[in-house]
Structure formats: structure tokens, C-alpha cells
Design a binder for this molecule. Structure first.
Ligand code: SF4
Ligand code: SF4
Length: 526
């Protein structure tokens, strides 16, 4: 098999040359056998540059690439896709992140930075040389069905978009409510079982009291939030307390209807045993209090919290809230706020900054922490999806697919991902519907690549891999030895790590390949 490597070094908007000698890196690459092309470019994140890179790759007929550096995670998939168009498989494109692994840790150590960059380049080249072109297989999808779990705002939007792309949508709604759905709406329906993989799932659905099997190519999890399930000691004593959703809805509909003074407390459970204020809830809280204060400056507004993390532009919203006169009071977990025993409309808070207790009278009290939907856990267990600490379905990657999950063909949106406003839920529903629709309309599903394989001679049939794999990929067939269903394998490596007989290898991450890379990194092999 040919092995012709292209090495691309990005000047990273001209920052890299100040610390690193890119010319020296380029000459190391050029002196390595199997390297057919070396390019030093200014901006890898520029489309024109990417075109030039793949043009050179085509001319030089390279079949693998080492790229350094690009810290922007949104650039990597675009570059990998561009290489794919000229025949370089994605498993043979290696990104070496010099920014996070060299430039940042060695910013005051030019010599150390250069030495590490050179070692990483050599290791990447050694690894590339040891890799093989992996075979991919494909099979036809049995249907173009997209099953959407939850017929709330995001679920309906997802169905409408996927249907518009030609997919056949089936909405599962656990309540018996009647809604207008683009294709099929199954009311009083819930998911109770799932088998298969992206492209060819078989779901078991309970419709009323009847169990039905449903084939589908893609799934969208669009369960709503747990709107009213506030838990914790403060929820019990604050009668009439609102969730953040309810407060949002009220201020959007008619901010005059909010009785002042308004107090927003981080969580009804200050000890944090059951409910914590999620980071994203602060953004929403700050937006609400600023909007209300702008509309009704006379209303007294308090925000009571232990920790507040508001990122990016939310910092400006916090500043505006302070300027408008919103009062922020921080308390310690050991002295949680309490409703005054004598007055149910007064909250006593020990102000951490002033070391004194403030008695806040309120007309409206709300909590910033947003309850997750209790169905999320059940659905995640059935579909084998990981959960976040907040009780929401965990997404795959913020940069590469904010509505994707670690399992191909399963998408997530709205408050299943984490509780959020209706407008955001609708937007995400649209994105998830588009991704599920596109996935279902491909017609074929591709699998293989960097997946697990078992060496039957070494397998002692201990079943450890079967019990360990989160995706149910290992199985025992007629051979009496473990085998891997490649369609289900995500190449996570858990089985390879735990197999007591060392019988499992991950293709292109085999022990020998890792040893070669590691020994080069340590300076053993050049
Ligand atoms: S863990 Fe290893 S030895 Fe045990 S069944 Fe799986 S492959 Fe075989
Ligand atoms: S690599 Fe991960 S997904 Fe694949 S069989 Fe092993 S444990 Fe399962």
C-alpha cells in the first residue's frame, strides 16, 4: 500500500513564528521518508488556503496528512471533509494541536516549545507511517422513518423540518393531547425498548396498552423540561414560587403582571443535594431581570445566589443589571436563605459580603435552577445515551454537532438537552430535524473504520467485553469466541482496555502503533 504523507504547518495568523521556528519544522518533515508534500501556510482557517492544500494533495497523490496546528475545533471537520474529497480517508488525517500542547504551556520557553513541537511532529509522522487504510462497509437503510420523542415546541419543529426534507416522521407523545403533526402523531405513546444502530433502529413503542415495533433510520429526543417539579426545602416553604420558565413566560406576555418586589433565588435546594442552578440558567435570569427592570424601573429586584457563572456577553448583561439597580446578594451554603417564620412574604438571607442578614420582602419569588424532565433518564437508558449532571441528555460535541449525541443517528434538542426557553427550543428543534432528516435520506449507513476487532485465538470467552461495552457491540456467535458488531462499535476502546487476555485491538490504534508513536515521542525512534 502506498504511503505518501502531506505535512501542513499553519502560521496561526502569524503568531506561531514568534515562538516556533516553522522553517525548522518544515525541514524535519521534508527530510522524513514517505513525506511527499510540505506546506507552510498563513491561515489554515481560510477556505482559499484549504483549497490550495487539497489541490497540492491531489497533485502529489498523497493518501494521508499531518496538520499542525489548528486549535479551532470547527476547522478540523471542514479540513477532514476537504481531504475526503481528494481521497484521503478521515482516519488518516492527523491534527497536531501545537497551540494547546506547546504554545500555551511553553509560552515563556522558546527552546522547550521548539523541542516539544519537533518531538510531536516526529511522533505524528511515525504514527502516520504505521497506520493502514481502513475498510468501510455499508448497508441499505430499511426505512426513511424519523422517530421524534416528544411533541412539544422543539419536537413539532423537528418533525416539520425532517418531513420537509422527505423523511417520514413519527411523533411519540406520551400524553393523549391532540396536535397537528406533519406525518404521524402517536399520542399516549412512549418508548420502551430499542435495538439496532444509526440507519436501522428497531424501537418498541407502547401505544396505549399495545406494544408495537417500529423501524426507523434516525431518532430525535425532544422531551420537554420538568416544568413544575421544584424540589428542595425552599420549594416547600415558598408557596407560589415560580420556575424560571414561568417567570420568563410571564415577563414575555405581560411584565406588568409580575408583582414586585421580585426575588430570584438560585435554587430551592441550597445544599445542592437535588437541584443546582445550571450555568445556562444565569444567562436567562440576567436577561429576565434586565428586561423587567428596563420596562419597570420602579420594581425592586433581588438576585440571591451562592455561585454565579455567566459566560461571554452575559457578563455585560450582569453589568447592566447592576447599573439598573438590580441587587445581587451572595450567601454561603452553610447559611442558606430561609422564609421568615413570621412572614411568608419575607426571605431572610445572610449576605456573605456584608456579613449581615437581609430581610427581603417579595411579591414574586422564582428559582433560577430548572428541573430536568424525569423521562430523560429512562429514554437515555433505553437508547444508551450518556446523561449530564443536570439530568439532561448529553450532546456529542458542542463544536461539531450541538444537537448530535455520541451515537450516530440519534439527535437531541430542546429541554432534553438542557432546560431552555421556547425560542431556543424551537431553533434547536429545527437543527435536530434537519440533521435527522439528512441522515435518514442518505439511504445507506456506513460503518467500520477505527473499530474493535477480536483475535479469536487469544479470547478466553470471559464475557468481560460483552458486559463492558456501552453499545452492546461484542457478542458470542457460533465460534464460541467474542465477536464485534461493527455497526454498533464506536471505537471507544473500553473493551480493549479491560480485556484480561489482551485479545482486542482498536484498528489504527493497535498496541504496536501506539508503541511506535510513544517511543518516537520519547526520542527512541526517528
Ligand atoms: S474480554 Fe477479551 S477474553 Fe473476555 S470475552 Fe471479550 S475478547 Fe474474549
Ligand atoms: S471499542 Fe467501545 S464501542 Fe467498540 S466494542 Fe469496544 S467497548 Fe464497545
Amino acid at each position: 500500500m502506498k504511503c505518501k504523507i502531506q505535512v501542513v504547518i499553519c502560521g496561526l495568523c502569524s503568531k506561531t513564528p514568534e515562538v516556533l521556528d516553522t522553517g525548522r519544522l518544515a525541514s524535519i518533515a521534508a527530510d522524513t521518508s514517505m513525506v511527499a508534500s510540505v506546506m507552510v501556510v498563513d491561515k489554515l482557517c481560510n477556505q482559499k488556503t484549504v483549497k490550495e492544500i487539497v489541490q497540492e494533495a491531489r497533485v502529489k497523490e498523497v493518501d494521508r496528512a499531518v496538520v499542525l496546528p489548528c486549535p479551532r475545533r470547527d476547522v478540523t471537520p471542514l479540513l477532514v471533509a476537504a481531504y475526503g474529497r481528494v481521497g484521503v480517508h478521515d482516519s488518516l488525517v492527523e491534527m497536531v494541536n501545537l497551540v494547546e500542547e506547546v504554545l500555551l504551556p511553553h509560552r515563556n520557553d522558546r527552546e522547550g516549545a521548539q523541542a516539544k513541537a519537533e518531538a510531536m511532529l516526529r511522533a505524528a509522522l511515525a504514527r502516520m507511517t504505521a497506520l493502514t487504510q481502513l475498510e468501510m462497509a455499508s448497508e441499505n437503510m430499511r426505512t426513511k422513518n424519523v422517530v421524534i420523542i416528544g411533541a412539544g415546541a422543539s419536537g413539532l419543529e423537528a418533525a416539520s423540518v425532517a418531513s420537509g426534507m422527505g423523511a417520514h416522521t413519527i411523533l411519540l407523545e406520551k400524553t393523549g393531547k391532540s396536535l397537528k403533526a406533519p406525518d404521524v402523531l402517536l399520542s399516549s405513546a412512549r418508548l420502551v425498548g430499542a435495538a439496532g444502530y444509526g440507519g436501522n433502529f428497531t424501537l418498541t413503542i407502547e401505544v396505549g396498552e399495545v406494544l408495537e415495533e417500529l423501524q426507523c433510520a434516525a431518532i430525535v429526543v425532544a422531551t420537554g423540561g420538568g416544568w413544575t417539579q421544584l424540589r428542595g426545602p425552599l420549594a416547600k416553604t415558598c408557596k407560589g414560587a415560580k420556575t424560571l420558565y414561568e417567570l420568563h413566560g410571564q415577563t414575555e406576555a405581560d411584565d406588568a403582571a409580575v408583582d414586585g418586589p421580585l426575588v430570584v433565588v438560585d435554587t430551592p435546594d441550597p445544599k445542592g443535594a437535588t437541584m443546582k442552578a445550571q450555568d445556562f440558567a444565569w444567562e436567562e435570569t440576567l436577561d429576565i431581570v434586565v428586561r423587567l427592570k428596563r420596562a419597570r424601573p420602579e420594581v425592586e429586584i433581588w438576585v440571591v445566589f451562592q455561585e454565579m457563572r455567566a459566560f461571554g456577553l452575559a457578563e455585560l448583561t450582569y453589568k447592566e443589571a447592576c447599573d439598573l439597580g438590580v441587587r445581587f446578594v451572595r450567601y454561603a451554603q452553610s447559611s442558606p436563605p430561609k422564609i421568615d417564620p413570621g412572614r411568608s412574604d419575607v426571605l431572610n438571607v445572610k449576605d456573605l459580603a456584608q456579613d449581615e442578614t437581609v430581610a427581603i420582602r417579595f411579591g414574586t419569588i422564582a428559582f433560577a435552577s430548572i428541573p430536568p424532565n424525569p423521562d430523560n433518564q429512562l429514554i437515555a437508558d433505553i437508547l444508551r445515551l450518556p446523561m449530564s449532571e443536570d439530568g439532561a441528555v448529553r450532546r456529542g460535541s458542542v463544536q461539531r454537532g450541538p444537537v448530535s449525541t455520541p451515537r450516530p443517528g440519534i439527535f437531541v434538542c430542546g429541554s432534553a438537552l438542557f432546560p431552555k426557553t421556547q425560542a431556543m427550543a424551537v431553533t434547536e428543534g429545527r437543527a435536530a430535524g434537519a440533521m435527522a432528516g439528512e441522515f435518514a435520506m442518505r439511504g445507506t449507513v456506513e460503518y467500520g473504520g477505527s473499530v474493535a476487532v477480536v483475535e479469536p485465538d487469544k479470547c478466553s470467552a470471559c464475557l468481560t467485553c460483552v458486559r463492558t461495552c456501552p453499545y452492546e457491540a461484542p457478542f458470542f456467535g457460533e465460534t464460541g469466541k467474542a465477536e464485534i458488531r461493527q455497526q454498533l462499535c464506536q471505537g471507544c476502546g473500553m473493551c480493549a482496555g479491560i480485556c484480561p487476555s489482551k485479545a482486542i485491538q482498536i484498528l489504527n490504534r493497535t498496541d504496536d502503533q501506539i508503541r511506535t508513536e510513544a517511543s518516537t515521542l520519547m526520542g527512541g525512534v526517528h
